[in-house]
Ligand binder design. Structure first.
Ligand code: MIC
Ligand code: SF4
Length: 640
């Protein structure tokens, strides 16, 4: 029986477990990446492992999220990351060099290799044929130390692309179509593998847009074949030697299939407030637009921004629209500056931002009250822009640019101009903002500013786990709800005590106070609890607040792993009525917890209601050990 691309890469990297669907498997990891907002924790955890130098083929630390310096905190964090990287064999990408996923695709991604990154959009490198997975900081720290990375052997979904994209329809519209079909929870436990004739017409940056936003499906990752288009891109990046061909066998067997006819695809938008709330642009025509933001790791490539420049050329942004553009990397920005495209954008009235995440993570450019904001980003969760009442639509760069000119949501196919942009023969290569690690670790002293506080440590599981249901929330709660991120909070990513006052505040601002007064307790959630970002803070902060278990209808993959890595029980209701039965304030008790975790039948007694619920945890062997020891670090250090 033939193999899928996913299975081929897994087979090459398998170090533990059997490649049977649903089994826990351990993979050898070739590369890692971190960014600054999750990086500080990942490196503190790496230091706690006591390993001198990373054991990966390539590890890179990027600075792209916390680039707003309104006090010393962010700059201090950067300095810590820069020095810890230099000491331990990690390349350091300075602020200004660009967004981690964009730069990694340009300079480091290698087809057929594995990478874990402490950011949920690490699958961007799947556009280059890598098995690229987003993870919590601790998992990345362990991978840097040469430890295997554990996942559940995924199901593989075949996304068969036929035909060819029409003008002004783009990679973004492909992934929005997939999201419309599968929804934000439809990808859990799956890898989306793209194939078919249509793949050949997509450039690597277009493929990367698609795999990037596969994160919004809740998928383990997404992957494209490595073919002549991959070689063309690698050649243009001066890295032809990194090319290997990779495709699925003709008789590969998939678990699910979906076909998208690119010929028939139309421009889409994800409407407020979820990336799967997708409708054709034609249904939104005429909605007035206040802000347009172009950039993010999803759509800030050279090709994307060249199209934007062509659309804007010789015209003026509508008087009621604020247009901001953040090129994805220094490479992109320099090329646009050199060929005059940047001048076209500026002349049209665009405000040019630094090459970084910026408004995508609420670092500036919050829209006005009730504003309609069109963004080429990947997430439009309520309040993520920094303005709770803003209506954020996720669209392609083409739709964004055309709408910026007209002042209302506009189908880009109505533009009376032909836009032709092709992949350059060579990209401009200048890696002078990437700092190489020191030859000799002993020469480097790590600088730790006062904002860097120790991370909370998990506690070994006790026989009885009890407490109050401190909060009850609904479905699709994101990590942005659990641990909000904005310009005010991001500087405290290495300061868990400070962040703890904001935990779940968008759902109930009194939750942190209640948790502290009660000395901890339980969180009750609906389905797909913890979707979105990989931020481990969404587990570390509850741990600090004394949360011992989260009871939910289902969990998002990365968040579940982060809870287990930190010794918090992710318990799943076996009956939805049980969720309905619990109220905030109920006293809950789990007896004989250690055996219950091992036997996978956890009885939670509700002493207030006089009822009980049977719950599951589905913990693999390794996960059970972590939960019993009080987390991954405790488990690793206990066997040293
Ligand atoms: C995001 O897009 O939500 C982030 C900010 O990049 C996060 C990482 C973080 O919370 O620091 C992610 O996607 O993992
Ligand atoms: Fe940065 Fe936004 Fe991409 Fe997250 S989704 S890595 S915040 S650009």
């Amino acid at each position: 029986m033939g193999l899928t691309i996913t299975e081929k890469i897994i087979k090459e990297h398998l170090v533990a477990g059997e490649m049977k669907k649903g089994n826990e498997i351990g993979l050898r990891i070739d590369q890692t990446l971190t960014q600054d907002s999750t990086g500080t924790m990942a490196y503190l955890q790496f230091e706690a492992l006591g390993i001198d130098r990373v054991k990966t083929k390539r590890s890179v630390a990027y600075i792209d999220h916390n680039i707003l310096q309104t006090g010393p905190e962010n700059a201090d964090d950067h300095l810590y990351i820069q020095t810890v990287a230099k000491k331990h064999g990690i390349y350091f990408s300075k602020p200004g060099n660009g967004i981690c996923h964009q730069v990694h695709l340009e300079r480091f991604a290698v087809p057929g290799q594995t990478i874990v990154g402490s950011d949920s959009h690490t699958p961007t490198a799947g556009g280059m044929g890598m098995l690229a997975i987003g993870a919590g900081g601790l998992d990345v720290a362990v991978a840097m130390g040469g430890g295997e990375y554990y996942i559940t052997m995924p199901k593989v979904v075949k996304v068969n692309l036929t035909g060819k994209l029409s003008d002004m329809v783009s990679g973004k519209d492909v992934i929005l179509a997939v999201l419309k079909h599968f929804t934000v929870k439809g990808g859990v436990g799956k890898v989306f593998e793209y194939c078919g004739e249509g793949v050949k017409s997509l450039t690597v940056p277009q493929r990367a847009t698609i795999t990037n936003m596969g994160a919004e499906l809740g998928a383990t990752t997404s992957v494209f074949p490595s073919d002549e288009k991959t070689l063309e891109f690698l050649k243009a990046q001066g890295r032809a030697e990194d090319f290997v061909e990779l495709s699925a066998d003709a008789d590969a067997v998939y678990d699910e299939e979906m076909t998208i006819n690119l010929d028939e695809l139309e421009p889409f938008a994800a409407c407020p407030h979820s990336p799967d709330n997708v409708v054709p642009i034609s249904q939104l025509n005429g909605i007035k637009v206040n802000q347009v933001a172009i950039g993010s790791c999803t759509n800030s490539s050279y090709m994307d921004l060249m199209k934007v420049a062509e659309i804007l050329e010789g015209r003026t942004v509508h008087e009621n629209v604020s247009l901001v553009i953040a090129p994805g990397s220094k490479q992109v920005l320099t090329m646009l500056a050199e060929n005059g495209a940047l001048a076209k954008m500026v002349a049209a009235g665009a405000r040019i931002l630094e090459s970084a995440c910026g408004p995508c993570i609420g670092m500036g450019q919050s829209p006005s009250t009730d504003a309609v904001s069109l963004r080429t980003f990947n997430r439009n969760f309520e309040g993520r822009s920094g303005t709770v009442s803003a209506q954020v639509y996720i669209v392609s760069p083409e739709t964004a640019a055309v709408s910026a000119l007209t002042g209302y949501i506009t189908d880009p196919r109505t533009l009376e101009k032909e836009i032709n942009v092709s992949l350059p023969e060579s990209f401009l290569i200048n890696d002078n903002l990437i700092v190489a690690p020191a030859e000799n670790s002993a020469d480097v002293e790590i600088v730790r500013g006062p904002n860097i506080k120790p991370f909370p440590e998990g506690k070994a599981l006790t026989e009885t786990v009890e407490g109050e249901a401190l909060i009850k929330v609904g479905d699709n709660i994101t990590t942005d709800h659990i641990m909000p991120s904005n310009a005010k909070l991001l500087p405290y990513r290495s300061n868990i005590p400070h962040l703890s006052d904001y935990c779940l505040a968008p759902c109930d601002k009194d939750f942190p106070k209640r948790a502290k007064e009660n000395g901890g307790g339980f969180i009750v959630g609906g389905s797909n609890y913890g979707q979105g970002s990989s931020r481990e803070h969404a587990a570390l902060v509850p741990l600090y607040l004394g949360i011992r278990a989260v009871l939910a209808k289902s969990f998002a993959r990365i968040h579940r792993a982060n809870l287990i890595n930190n010794g918090i029980l992710p318990l799943v209701f076996t009956k939805d009525e049980d969720y309905d039965n619990i109220s905030q304030g109920d006293k809950l008790v789990i007896s004989d917890a250690i055996n219950a975790v091992k036997n996978d039948t956890i009885i939670v007694k509700n002493e207030t209601k006089g009822t009980q619920y049977e719950m599951k945890i589905n913990a693999a062997d390794m996960e059970q050990k972590m939960l019993v020891c009080g987390g991954k670090l405790k488990m690793i250090n206990s066997v040293k």
